[in-house]
Design a protein around this ligand. Structure first.
Ligand SMILES: [Zn+2]
Length: 494
């Protein structure tokens, strides 16, 4: 197809095979590795063949992938999609600001339609940036009507999703027992197959009475994986892990989000029971759950997946996640070495490993690696073509894994395929109603602003600044015209 052709859903009629031609293919399949000038043929919703100069059916639609990198669709294992309605609102928050805003003050004002609005925009954003599978860590589901709204939005977007059902305003041992909860699973999840999965999302406080036990039992009864924020400084800790372990609720399907502030003993328990971590490095850097722990997880042989957490604060594309993860890991290796007066001579974590975490690692964490996560013949065709002929950054491509992590960005996502269907081509989304999502989010913002009032809205978005105190300088600081509050404070004290 020519670059200038008007693209619409008719460009890729269903039933016609699609072949990607002449890409650098990162299969993430250990037996296939990387294929230069590679082709990938998709028939129906599956990857039919991977190789060079493939002979394809006559009616196949050809996508010119030359100059591009073709990789598996990315997998985000933890995103609070409903919070996308307030995108960027919490840019200057700490975790305490976040808890105050959603858990204490304002979480309760959000309505089912607000969950729908945030989810819809977030789901579109995910697909647009090449994240073909997203876990919607949906902890604003105050009633089942909210959960219906969440799923309505996910179903309106051609991505693969997992609803991690949660309610930050309720007790998990109560809401999981409600008859309408079981009914919801029957109505909205059962029979949806591989496009919509479900997990149970709740945190374990470490209360010695272990009230969460009942919620874990519900998860076991419904065969639902549990995803839990574990090792979050000031919120969850080793006691939660120990209680889960002692009661037999740590399983290979359990996902430990952040897993940052934990002891070796907790890591041993996670490793021994086969669980997976979900690391949101941008989040851990900024909010304060603890240092992004991949440098430690690698030593404990705990499998890693990546996530973006929430775009009320941060970006929501996995390019940012890969970059932040690799930077955090290497930064820590250097810092630890410097403490011993040593120099890191060889990098431990490689770009290739991080691309693996963003794709196959996520699929493995979700138990979906039998059908997604790599470009393997027979798997479902979830693919991302990173290609941008107008960008100076997409040339030259010498180290393709490093290129994905450090050079490319969401603006370079040219084509996205989910379950064999082209949902984005030539940088344009197909069959996606972005205007509708924008309108819904605008209504949520208007509503939240009027409900909170102007003062609370502004104060929540712009929390008080922490004071900076200058270090005593024996040479005296340079006087400057534009005094900052920090200088004022320092001069007051001197
Ligand atoms: Zn989270």
């Amino acid at each position: 197809m020519s670059q200038n052709a008007t693209v619409n859903s008719n460009s890729f009629p269903s039933g016609r095979p699609v072949v990607f031609r002449n890409a650098t293919v990162l299969t993430i399949d250990p037996s296939l590795g990387m294929i230069e000038s590679g082709d990938v043929l998709v028939i129906d919703n599956r990857i039919a063949e991977v190789g060079r100069q493939l002979v394809v059916p006559e009616n196949a639609v050809e996508i010119d992938a030359s100059g591009g990198i073709l990789m598996p669709g990315m997998v985000d294992t933890h995103r609070h999609m409903w919070q996308t309605a307030l995108r960027g609102f919490g840019a200057d928050w700490t975790l305490t600001n976040y808890f105050m805003f959603y858990y204490i003050n304002w979480g309760k004002i959000f309505r089912a339609e607000d969950i729908y609005a945030g989810n819809l925009l977030s789901a579109i954003e995910a697909v647009d940036s090449g994240v073909t599978t997203t876990v919607d860590w949906s902890h604003g589901l105050q009633t089942v009507e909210y959960a219906d709204a969440a799923v309505d939005a996910l179903e309106a977007v051609p991505g693969r999703f997992v609803l991690a059902y949660g309610n930050l305003l309720g007790a998990p041992w109560e809401w999981t027992k409600a008859p309408e909860f079981a009914d919801f699973i029957r109505r909205r999840i059962d029979g949806r197959g591989e496009m919509l999965g479900m997990q149970l999302a709740f945190d374990v406080t470490g209360d010695p009475a272990f009230p969460e036990k009942a919620a874990f039992e519900v998860a076991r009864d419904f065969n639902l994986p549990v995803t839990t924020h574990a090792g979050v400084w000031g919120a969850t800790n080793d006691n939660g892990i120990r209680l889960m372990h002692e009661h037999g609720f740590m399983t290979p399907s359990t996902i430990y989000v952040h897993a940052a502030t934990l002891s070796d003993d907790s890591y041993h328990r996670i490793a021994a029971t086969g669980g997976h971590a979900s690391i949101s490095a941008e989040s851990e850097h900024n909010a304060g759950q603890g240092y992004p722990p991949t440098w430690m997880l690698r030593r404990h042989n705990i499998p890693v997946s990546l996530s973006m957490d929430t775009s009320v604060w941060w970006s929501a594309d996995l390019f940012s996640a890969m970059r932040a993860t690799l930077s955090a890991d290497r930064s820590r290796e250097h810092m630890e070495a410097h403490k011993q007066n040593e120099t890191v001579m060889l990098s431990h974590l490689r770009a290739e490993q991080v691309v693996n975490w963003a794709t196959l690692g996520g699929a493995q964490a979700l138990g979906m690696d039998s059908f997604i996560g790599s470009i393997t013949p027979g798997k479902k065709a979830d693919l991302v073509l990173i290609k941008n002929d107008h960008s100076p950054v997409m040339f030259p491509i010498l180290h393709p894994y490093g290129h994905v992590v450090f050079q490319a960005g969401r603006g370079d996502v040219h084509t996205v395929m989910v379950n064999g269907k082209v949902v984005k081509y030539d940088h344009q989304l197909l069959d996606v109603d972005l205007a509708k999502a924008k309108q819904a989010v605008m209504k949520t913002i208007e509503y939240a602003q009027s409900k909170m009032g102007e003062q609370a809205w502004n104060e929540s978005m712009n929390p008080e600044k922490a004071a900076v105190k200058y270090i005593d300088n024996p040479y005296k600081y340079t006087e400057r015209e534009h005094d900052t509050s920090a200088q004022n404070e320092s001069s007051q004290e001197s």
